[in-house]
Design a binder for this molecule. Structure first.
Ligand code: F6R
Length: 242
């Protein structure tokens, strides 16, 4: 694992965008795994600016998002599909048919999970996976548990996650209680992983995921066994790192 500690959120976002852009420069038809939430917003903003300056070309890139709320249609304002369009896809030259997210309103969720996983493998797997981390150590929506899903699955969100995500909704009772999330193996099979964390509220999760021990109670701790992981944190999120 390579650990990079940046001074603040702004420099973390700048570095994250440079790492993603470098991946695309080296492999223009990269398959990117993407995350939503607050953490990657600065990275997306910088990538849009780089695109406008002709420094990066997304026309051959394919993307797969980590997750989507179950029960929300793609055009729901709080869906991750809407988030990705508003914060990234609508501002760059990526063809819409190359942007993939699980369908939160799929009639048959089992088929949807299988189909999503299958699409990822047919594209050759993920070249470069961007991850955030939950305060409880979740990655994607793989929540701490006695066992974890290997592949894409319907998952129950923990109350802590629902509470943390209620800031995007009018109240916590509007936050969906389930999501479709890619599995641990889908993430671990990515050729490179970039995990971003900013702020003091992530410091404990970052300390635990670098502890030298692996446990399903801290799903991100499994990343310690990945061959090519960059952990990019700001000083606050990295303050418990030894
Ligand atoms: C988002 C996702 C989640 C978030 C995590 C951190 O697609 O899969 O694992 O990365 O909950 O969210 P923020 O960045 O909002 O703190």
């Amino acid at each position: 694992m390579r650990i990079i500690i940046e001074k603040d959120y702004e420099s973390l976002s700048k570095k994250a965008s440079l790492l993603v852009a470098s991946q695309i420069l080296l492999k223009p038809d990269s398959v990117l795994g993407l995350a939503t939430g607050s953490t990657p917003l600065g990275m997306y903003k910088n990538l849009i600016e780089m695109y406008k300056r002709n420094e990066v070309d997304f026309s051959k890139v394919t993307t797969f998002n980590l997750d989507e709320y179950y029960g929300l249609s793609p055009d729901h304002p709080q869906s991750y599909n809407s988030y990705m369009k508003n914060n990234f896809f609508d501002h760059i030259n990526i063809p819409p048919f190359k942007c993939h997210l699980p369908k939160g309103n799929a009639k048959n969720v089992v088929t949807e999970c299988y189909t999503y996983e299958d699409k990822i493998s047919k594209c050759g797997g993920i070249d470069f996976q961007v991850l955030g981390i939950g305060e409880n150590g979740h990655i994607g929506f793989n929540e701490p548990d006695d066992s974890l899903n290997v592949l894409t699955n319907l998952v129950d969100l923990r109350s802590q996650t629902i509470e943390a995500n209620s800031r995007f909704f009018e109240s916590s009772c509007q936050v969906p209680k389930q999501a479709i999330s890619i599995g641990i193996a889908t993430i671990m099979k990515a050729k490179k992983i970039l995990l971003l964390a900013s702020g003091e509220n992530k410091a404990e999760a970052i300390a635990q995921m670098t502890s030298g021990h692996v446990t399903t109670k801290v799903p991100a701790s499994l990343l310690q066994t990945h061959q090519d992981l960059i952990l990019l944190v700001d000083e606050q999120a990295g303050k418990l790192l030894k």
